[in-house]
Design a protein. Structure first.
Length: 337
């Protein structure tokens, strides 16, 4: 068990990731810039990155979601202390995974980024999980090409009338076999990737669905490395984790909490043993200001990864270099191409 002093020393050392010390000065090829809500940054300036978090979500449904349903000032005051806390832990970048029609608010995100000093990355794309509750009506009538044109336009012109551009795509599907609309979302994501280079983070319920998505993307000529399997920890057949990672896709174990940390450590260790640590992403899927609940409801902070999960990784035998791979190197490559 780590003592309080040892934990503080370890966190202080990890905070050094933010300085860029030890990072390769030049990558094998020039990477694309990564769009944050405050502008484009080079991938090697992302630093320590939380790959899957939320600051605000509205589950009311696509036909009712609106910024008029909450007070931005109240949301800002509620969220900012949680971002300031992880900044002190050495976090540099937070990937905000709330998609359009579920509460994405890039104006609020920019205000939070400016105040906290964090890089915050928003997204384009649509969320087809939860039985399509969060899909706009046009998602059912438009073609994959038309949806891709919408998402590509956000990538080039900006989101919701702002100059803020997405740094990745967030889609969501239900179980396999994929429904017609879920297949269309995956195809649209593949077409958008080919036009923009944006990576595809997909909320995916099962390993079978992840394999189906990869097959669809491969048919479009999209490399597996463009695909992030979100919520991979929900798949109990760990051989599928190995299969997806071996194919070159990203396997994301998010949802890290005090109660789940031990299992997440074991999932990471299994892929490390298989020499696939360089295809693993980790995060908490934490937050968030809950629109419709008094005061934004119960906010689950973003610091468990620093206070519980990283110490557990080190106690399990992973090194600080391994932790750096998970939190600095892999996010840089997943987001920067």
């Amino acid at each position: 068990m780590l003592t309080t002093t040892t934990r503080r020393e370890m966190i202080a050392a990890l905070a050094g990731f933010a300085t860029g010390l030890g990072m390769p000065a030049v990558l094998a090829r020039r990477p694309r810039q990564v769009q944050t809500v405050t502008g484009a940054v080079a991938p090697d300036r992302l630093g320590l990155t939380l790959m899957h978090e939320h600051v605000l979500v509205d589950f009311i449904g696509a036909d009712k979601v609106s910024v008029d349903r909450y007070d931005r000032d109240e949301a800002f005051r509620t969220i900012l202390p949680h971002l300031e806390r992880i900044r002190k832990h050495g976090c540099d970048t937070l990937v905000e995974c709330t998609p359009a029609y579920l509460g994405r608010d890039v104006t609020l995100l920019k205000r939070l980024a400016d105040a906290s000093g964090l890089n915050i990355i928003s997204n384009t794309g649509y969320y087809g999980a939860a039985n399509d509750k969060h899909l706009p009506a046009h998602a059912f009538t438009e073609t994959a090409e038309q949806l891709a044109a919408r998402w590509t336009r956000e990538s080039t012109a900006g989101i919701d009338g702002t100059a803020i551009k997405p740094g990745f795509m967030k889609i969501g599907v239900d179980t396999a076999p994929l429904s017609a609309v879920d297949e269309k979302l995956v195809r649209a994501a593949g077409l958008t990737h080919k036009a923009t280079g944006l990576p595809i983070a997909s909320h995916t319920a099962t390993g079978a669905a992840a394999l189906a998505e990869l097959a669809l993307l491969a048919a479009l000529g999209v490399p597996a490395s463009a695909f992030i399997w979100v919520h991979a920890q929900n798949e109990r057949d760990t051989s599928i984790h190995v299969r997806v990672a071996t194919a070159g896709a990203w396997v994301e174990f998010d949802g890290i909490s005090e109660t789940s940390a031990a299992r997440h450590v074991e999932l990471v260790r299994q892929l490390q043993v298989a020499k696939l640590l360089n295809r693993v992403l980790v995060s908490q899927d934490a937050g968030w200001y809950r629109v419709g609940e008094s005061g934004g409801g119960q906010f689950r902070g973003f610091d468990t990864l620093f206070t519980a999960f990283i110490p557990a990784l080190l106690e399990a035998g992973l090194t600080k270099d391994d932790v750096r791979v998970l939190l600095v190197d892999n996010p840089r490559r997943a987001l920067g191409g």
